[in-house]
Design a binder for this molecule. Structure first.
Ligand SMILES: [Zn+2]
Length: 397
């Protein structure tokens, strides 16, 4: 791939990746930093193959988008590193060696690169009450809010509870989304044409004023919430119409309420189903953190499985519970990307709101394999959460 013919824009970066938007196209490029340890190209290829053949088909029952491994010449990397320097935050530039292998992925914030696009990112987290927390009637996310507050990572407890979002009950879903807007932390963001326009701690955050600029919902947050709920409850493939419902007058309930009335074909149901794969007992093996990725891919190849089909998914769900628990861990930490544009694009389903019709797209990001130690870490954090919660409950008495 050559940057002489593909103009780019720096979007953001994390510990491992630098993300560039490739202008006038529908994709982004994830450059890989390799300062601490050399990553082999084969590991990157496996990770991409895992996203393409396991995660995307399991979530969507189709292969709506695929990632690709691309090579960039050394000369291009040298130029790119030089040109990127001025865009990168100072605290990140200590890692500056970029691999010649990169990942080309669809730009999930856009439906149509030739029009104005909006995108809502929701990191929903664990949407059911884990067995280990049932005695406290507090879900993992809500318990973690108390710990974050104790450790001063947040200023106030969020009213958001993932169990409300995954309940399928429109009032509770509305309350969940409204709580995310009020206290987004890292669970809620809004993008316009790939740029973040609403998130935690953003200067001049005013959701109503921002919403007015969309010129779709007026300044009615209620209509916007109905819109997001309708898409989450859809199968992500059909044309839908948003029906308006009343504003909610709810307050956070003391305990998290488990159970849902989601339709089995809805997008949310599929996510929740995959999250629940960790409910079976598994034997942890952390001898090789990413060994499971190769094992799963090999097994899929040997058995000639296509995980986009319901029949083959059923077979997959009978495999080693450890594999399933790791898939579940990825889904519990992924982000839902709902993008939409007023420019009707026939490749995508439509959503009607009042007199307006838009094309929309549901995507899911952060589907890369996680090291097997996440399962062990989760158990440790759970212990910490329960200890902390018990202390708080005692003080409150
Ligand atoms: Zn909760």
């Amino acid at each position: 791939m050559s940057f002489c013919i593909h103009p780019w824009k720096y979007i953001n970066e994390g510990n491992v990746h630098i993300v560039l938007q490739i202008l006038n196209s529908n994709y982004v490029l994830r450059l890989i930093k390799e300062d601490c340890c050399k990553t082999k190209k084969s590991i990157i290829s496996e990770s991409v193959e895992f996203v393409n053949s396991v995660m995307i088909p399991l979530i969507f029952s189709d292969r709506r988008y695929q990632e690709e491994v691309v090579d960039i010449s050394l000369q291009e990397i040298v130029n790119l590193t030089k040109n990127l320097h001025k865009f990168r935050p100072k605290n990140r530039t200590y890692k500056s060696i970029i691999m010649t292998t990169a990942i080309k992925a669809p730009n999930l914030t856009m439906v149509d690169p030739n029009a104005d696009n909006y995108c809502i990112e929701i990191k929903p987290k664990e949407g059911y009450l884990a067995k280990s927390l049932k005695g406290y009637s507090k879900c993992y996310y809500c318990m973690k809010q108390f710990l974050k507050l104790t450790e001063k990572h947040i200023q106030g407890i969020s009213n958001y509870c993932p169990l409300d979002l995954f309940s399928g009950d429109r009032d509770r879903m509305k309350f969940a989304l409204k709580s995310l807007i009020e206290n987004p932390q890292n669970n809620f963001k809004v993008f316009k044409n790939g740029n973040i326009i609403y998130k935690e701690n953003k200067h001049n955050n005013n959701f109503e004023i921002m919403l007015k600029e969309f010129d779709i919902f007026g300044n009615y947050i209620n209509l916007f919430l109905d819109f997001v709920i309708e898409i989450l409850l859809s199968d992500g493939k059909s044309d839908i119409t948003v029906s308006t419902t009343d504003e909610i007058k709810m307050s956070k309930s003391k305990y998290c309420r488990d159970g849902n009335n989601l339709k089995h074909e809805s997008f949310l149901f599929k996510l929740l189903h995959l999250q629940r794969l960790s409910e079976n007992t598994y034997t942890s093996d952390i001898s090789d953190e990413f060994n499971y990725v190769r094992s799963i891919l090999k097994e899929i190849e040997t058995q000639n499985l296509d995980l986009a089909t319901a029949e083959h998914q059923k077979i997959f769900f009978t495999w080693d519970p450890l594999y399933l628990a790791l898939i579940s861990a990825i889904i519990k930490d992924c982000s839902i990307m709902i993008s939409f544009t007023k420019n009707i694009n026939n490749k995508h389903p439509k959503v009607s709101v009042g007199s307006q019709t838009m094309s929309y797209k549901i995507g899911v990001t952060d589907l890369e394999p996680k090291p097997a130690k996440v399962l062990h870490k989760r158990k440790e954090t759970e212990k910490k959460l329960i200890d902390n919660y018990a202390k708080i409950a005692l003080t409150a008495e």
